[in-house]
Design a protein around this ligand. Structure first.
Ligand SMILES: Cc1ncc(COP(=O)(O)O)c(C=O)c1O
Length: 404
């Protein structure tokens, strides 16, 4: 039987056998990739419509990024921050310029950037705003996803992410996403920050109501509260602009960045803010052995340069309209809602037809890889190097799956 000769089944079995079951991956085993395409251990090809949760905005193995990584691997990979290395200043200066901020603080994972933002906001609260010691509070949104650390899951509203991981870190107030009046009412003299995703990715690409983000900006300014935008998934070209906040001309006090910053090659995250905010940290108060390492900086500097050309933001905006048109054409034919910004789409499948997971399995059988979330939603977030024909192909496969 041909089936017996395939490498996928045993590779799936072994992966299940030897790992904690903290993920439920699709049963596909990838062995190589280029641009927007993946190849599995049995030679089947798939169009990548997840892009590593937007860590692969520039596609798999973008030649400029791979070259930077190879060259750096041959020279210097790690110094720790105990010494300064020759890739560090360029990365920090160019990323700060891209963000329009004075300073950056590099870390590794997205969760670490969020933790960094929380620590900086609290310290700013005590040192600058003069909040009562130990009382600093941060407002977050219902349906948030900011990562997996114990502090971050403390303010998650997703039971899977939070339950049984207590005791929880205090100091957070949850308000409904998109409700400016509720947010304003939650602010008191101990509020140091509002932490939001400008678009809630894990929640299903939930877009903010028009005017919400400018409203949050205004309220934060009026009440002397920091606005922290978690652009870890929404930023760096995904939505057709450098940052999702740009769509409404909003500039937060702090950007939290990750995922695509490492070019899909190395984990790189960062916080960007002005000196009156990030300047509160002194030596010994925060850090990471690998944060800002030479390999990370070499790759991430090239990522920043790719973004500085504007080409990827343009592609995302233009091709996103094609994706929108295609998906909106399926409303009433199996899709009950479509939310698109740039090359980022959340589509709600009629739950009477199938679950999101079933849809993703059927898409996989048709050579398209995507990821479900929250029951009947699937997310499409292809690498920004995808072509218009490939978008049409992906939409056609969604249509075929919905048609059964
Ligand atoms: C908005 C947002 N913040 C933070 C994170 C956490 O990033 P990481 O998985 O790199 O810790 C994610 C990951 O999906 C995210 O989407």
């Amino acid at each position: 039987m041909i089936e017996d000769m395939l490498r996928t089944p045993s590779a799936v079995r072994d992966a299940e056998r030897y790992t904690a079951h903290n993920y439920h991956p699709l049963p596909v085993v990838i062995s190589s990739a280029e641009g927007a395409w993946l190849t599995d251990v049995d030679g089947r090809r798939y169009l990548d419509c997840l892009a590593g949760y937007s860590a692969l905005n520039f596609g798999h193995r973008h030649p400029t990024l791979v070259r930077a990584a190879h060259e750096q691997l041959d020279r210097l990979t790690l110094t720790s921050r105990a010494f300064i290395h020759d890739q560090f200043a360029d990365f920090c200066r160019e990323l700060a310029a891209l963000c329009g901020k004075d300073l950056v603080l590099p870390m590794n994972t997205g969760a670490e950037a969020v933790e960094t933002g929380i620590k900086v906001a609290r310290k700013w609260g005590y040192q600058v705003k003069k909040v009562t010691p130990g009382q600093a509070n941060i407002i977050v949104a219902d349906g948030n996803f900011h990562g997996r650390t114990t502090t971050i899951v403390s303010f998650s509203t997703d039971d899977d992410a939070r339950a049984d991981f207590g005791p929880y870190t205090p100091g957070f107030t949850v308000v409904p996403y998109g409700d400016l009046a509720a947010l304003e009412a939650a602010i008191d003299e101990n509020t140091v920050a509002v932490l939001l995703e400008p678009i809630q990715g894990e929640q299903g690409v939930v877009l903010p109501p028009e005017g919400y983000l400018p409203g949050v900006r205004r309220v934060c300014t009026d009440r002397n509260v920091l606005f922290i935008a978690d652009e870890i998934q929404s930023g760096l070209g995904r939505t057709g602009r450098t940052f999702a906040c740009d769509h409404e001309g909003v500039v937060p006090d702090m950007y939290l960045l990750g995922k695509a910053l490492g070019g899909g090659i190395v984990p790189v995250s960062a916080v960007a803010a002005d000196a009156d905010v990030l300047g509160v940290l002194r030596p010994g108060q925060h850090g990471s052995t690998f944060g800002g390492n030479p390999l990370a900086c070499a790759v991430a500097t090239e990522v920043v340069r790719l973004l500085a050309t504007g080409e990827f933001q343009r592609r995302s905006a233009e091709l996103g309209e094609r994706l929108r048109a295609g998906l909106e054409g399926l409303l009433g034919s199996g899709l009950v809602a479509v939310r698109v910004r740039g090359l980022w789409a959340g589509v709600d499948i009629d739950p009477a037809l199938m679950t999101g997971r079933q849809a993703c399995e059927r898409l996989m059988d048709r050579g398209v890889l995507a990821k479900d979330t929250h029951g009947s939603t699937i997310r499409l977030a292809p690498p920004l190097v995808i072509t218009s024909d490939e978008i049409d192909h992906a939409v056609a496969q969604v249509a075929a799956v919905l048609a059964g």
